[in-house]
Design a binder for this molecule. Structure first.
Ligand SMILES: Nc1ncnc2c1ncn2[C@@H]1O[C@H](COP(=O)(O)OP(=O)(O)OP(=O)(O)O)[C@@H](O)[C@H]1O
Ligand SMILES: [Mg+2]
Length: 253
């Protein structure tokens, strides 16, 4: 299988806390790779470092099979490397309607152009298709800030899907989901599971951070367990989750 992205001894420290400690892991195309670990084990910090939210303190990111190696990445460069993400704390254009939150991503003309130019039929069609997929089409005129917690998470996921359709942007191949299921109602969980499976079918490398082990078992092709910023275990989810040291790491929480 082809590697979409791997890390080579990547490091991130906060005042002596080794949040991510010389971690080397890989994410493959057309696979869902999950990352689990106790609270504070470095899962979000890893994704934040890979997506330019934190400066790396060491190591490098390797894109594809090794042609591109990065030791510094800014948030605005992330899409040009084929990456996008959701946040554990949802981030949206709060003062804009749901539909505009998608059109901005689809058109990539910046906030101003996207709001005041006429949208192409293609972009409107894609926005509708995406909002219907996550069950938010009926809410398209609602301000993002007025959505429920679960609806906000679905809108953020819709934005990620829209990025994959962006007509003029870089191709998105690597998608990080940081706890996309937390706080969702069962119907919404089903929707997000099917969205994630569809991205895998499309050949994307999907990286999932999640605490719910049933979801991890259902979705993961490969599983990494982090503990204190380091790799504790990796492999097939069923094997890894039955390991004694993995169970103990969780019980110790
Ligand atoms: N911005 C920051 N400043 C200082 N310390 C931080 C910062 N972000 C994370 N940390 C620390 O880094 C470590 C890893 O945190 P991180 O949020 O990556 O864990 P996590 O595995 O995502 O946990 P959770 O399951 O609770 O989301 C923790 O000790 C945390 O306190
Ligand atoms: Mg986290």
């Amino acid at each position: 299988m082809k590697s979409a992205l791997s890390t080579n001894k990547i490091e991130k420290h906060f005042d002596g806390v080794y949040a991510v400690n010389k971690l080397s892991i890989a994410f493959e195309q057309g696979k869902i790779t999950s990352i689990v670990g106790p609270n504070g084990s470095g899962k979000s910090t890893l994704v934040n470092t890979l997506t330019g939210m934190h400066a790396m303190d060491g190591g490098e990111i390797v894109i594809g099979d090794g042609g591109v190696r990065i030791s510094k990445i800014a948030p605005n460069e992330v899409p040009s490397y084929g990456m996008t993400r959701t946040f554990q704390d949802v981030r949206l254009f709060e003062q804009m309607p749901v539909l505009d939150n998608l059109l901005i991503v689809l058109t990539k003309r910046g906030v101003w152009g996207s709001l005041f130019e006429k949208h192409s039929a293609y972009h409107l069609e894609k926005a509708e298709e995406t909002l219907r997929k996550v069950g938010l089409w009926e809410k398209r005129h609602e301000m993002a800030k007025n959505l429920s917690y679960g609806q906000r998470k679905l809108l953020e996921i819709a934005r990620v899907l829209a990025m994959c359709h962006g007509s003029d942007g870089a191709a998105i191949e690597i998608i990080f989901f940081d706890e996309p299921f937390a706080g969702l109602f069962p119907e919404m969980v089903k929707t997000v599971i099917s969205v994630i499976k569809e991205l895998r079918t499309q050949g994307k490398a999907v990286i999932l951070i999640e605490h719910n082990m049933d979801i991890i078992r259902e979705l993961s092709d490969h599983l990494y367990v982090l503990d204190a910023g380091q790799l504790l275990a990796e492999g097939k989810p069923d094997e890894v989750l039955s390991r004694r040291d993995v169970i103990e790491a969780y019980l110790g929480e």
